[in-house]
Design a protein around this ligand. Structure first.
Ligand SMILES: Nc1nc2c(ncn2[C@@H]2O[C@H](COP(=O)(O)OP(=O)(O)O)[C@@H](O)[C@H]2O)c(=O)[nH]1
Ligand SMILES: [Mg+2]
Ligand SMILES: [Zn+2]
Length: 372
């Protein structure tokens, strides 16, 4: 048993009314359009949101998810399929599905982490009648796909092996710097990245070649797919078989369509369906873990407008650009930002065509911290 320690956790008041109900700024809404309670540096009550603390005993685990020692008698182990709002759908190890609430305590423990439970989390829950339950404990997370929302960590998927970074050749246009953000998030979170450029039926493959080539040369798996023509889908299926894969990427690139193509009976909602029912652009509103009949799981992540990196400092960014590494020692200054310094090995490599301009551009954007 790990050593016990006392920790102080902030306790949110049971009911709290924000004094600013009107005049909310659009940037206080999170990706799902909900009001973000923490609202950046703006306080919503005079004393601050967190005014009381409670001491609890915790085993000294350093896992990502907040830990809580609970009496495990009568609890079932399961996996979180889709968290939404205050509750989530959990599949018990015997396959049965429960609609679970999350203990308030767990939500309070995850200060700085907006996700008390994420798709893919392994949990212990107390079963109740009528397939209901209450999640009592979230097990430490293995690999995680994260992003930053309002200075907090947002876990998009937990305990998956790989992330399929989906971009589309056109509509929405391909943004290499977004691919690079996901590559960093995957590396940081301990997942294997696979790059998937979808909707190639709408593009000229020859024009895509420089981008595909750049990533392939760096050693990444790159797929070009089309849900329309079926191109690349059998390779995608191979790569997903018996693996747990999170699909990530901008809204509208075809994540749900790709999953439907792999597993037609899942019938995920895609954009056309959404337009028909006039539900707006974001058709996948929360991440969900789905089982594949040929072995494996996929997580369909929600439409994300902005992919800010969680816990990556500017000085760290160069380390994620593998092709920069041989040139770093040619920089005159050890803390070279590779922006404007004289005698910069990275910029020299770019001008000699040894480092792709696209990747250098992306490095600059990510290091400067502006999301796109
Ligand atoms: N032409 C073409 N359209 C596609 C392809 N894949 C998806 N789409 C369309 O792109 C739109 C967005 O797809 P959707 O799966 O909802 O994207 P998601 O937001 O990433 O889940 C839908 O209208 C799809 O029919 C493709 O390979 N080719
Ligand atoms: Mg979708
Ligand atoms: Zn430099």
């Amino acid at each position: 048993m790990a050593k016990k320690r006392k920790i102080r956790v902030p306790l949110r008041k049971n009911r709290q009314k924000a004094p600013r109900q009107r005049g909310l700024r659009p940037d206080q809404l999170d990706a799902d359009g909900r009001f973000d309670e923490t609202g950046g540096d703006q306080r919503v009550s005079r004393k601050g949101q967190l005014t009381r603390y409670r001491t609890i005993i915790s085993s000294g685990e350093t896992g990502d998810a907040p830990q809580r020692d609970v009496d495990v008698t009568g609890l079932l182990a399961g996996r979180v399929l889709s968290p939404r709002g205050g509750g989530c759908r959990v599949q018990a190890d015997d396959g049965a599905i429960y609609e679970c609430a999350v203990r308030r305590m767990l939500k309070n423990m995850g200060l700085g982490d907006r996700t008390a439970v994420a798709a893919g989390d392994r949990v212990l829950f107390r079963p109740m009648p009528e397939s209901q339950g209450v999640i009592e404990r979230v097990e430490p997370r293995g690999a995680v796909l994260t992003r930053k929302v309002k200075r907090q960590k947002h876990v998009l998927a937990a305990n998956v092996d790989q992330v399929l970074i989906v971009a589309s050749a056109v509509d929405p246009p391909l943004k290499p710097s977004l691919i690079d953000r996901y590559l960093i998030s995957a590396a940081k979170g301990g997942m294997k990245p696979i790059i998937c450029i979808n909707k190639v039926d709408l593009a000229d493959l020859v024009e895509l070649q420089p981008i595909v080539g750049t990533y392939a040369q760096l050693g990444y798996d790159v797929l070009t797919t089309s849900v329309k023509t079926g191109m690349g889908l059998s390779r995608l299926r191979c790569l997903c078989t018996n693996r747990e894969t999170a699909l990530a990427g901008q809204s509208g690139v075809g994540k749900s369509s790709l999953i439907n193509a792999l597993e037609p009976n899942l019938k995920l909602r895609t954009l056309e369906v959404a337009l028909e029912s006039r539900k707006g652009k974001h058709t996948t509103t929360s991440a969900s873990l789905l089982q594949l009949s040929f072995g494996g799981w996929v997580v369909d992540t929600p439409g994300i407008r902005q992919m800010d990196l969680w816990d990556v400092i500017p000085e760290e960014v160069e380390g994620f650009f593998l092709e920069f590494q041989p040139f770093l020692r040619e920089c005159r200054y050890p803390n070279c930002s590779h922006f404007h310094e004289s005698q910069c090995g990275v910029r020299r490599a770019v001008s000699r065509g040894l480092v792709s301009m696209l990747r250098y551009d992306s490095y600059c954007r990510i290091r400067e911290g502006d999301a796109d």
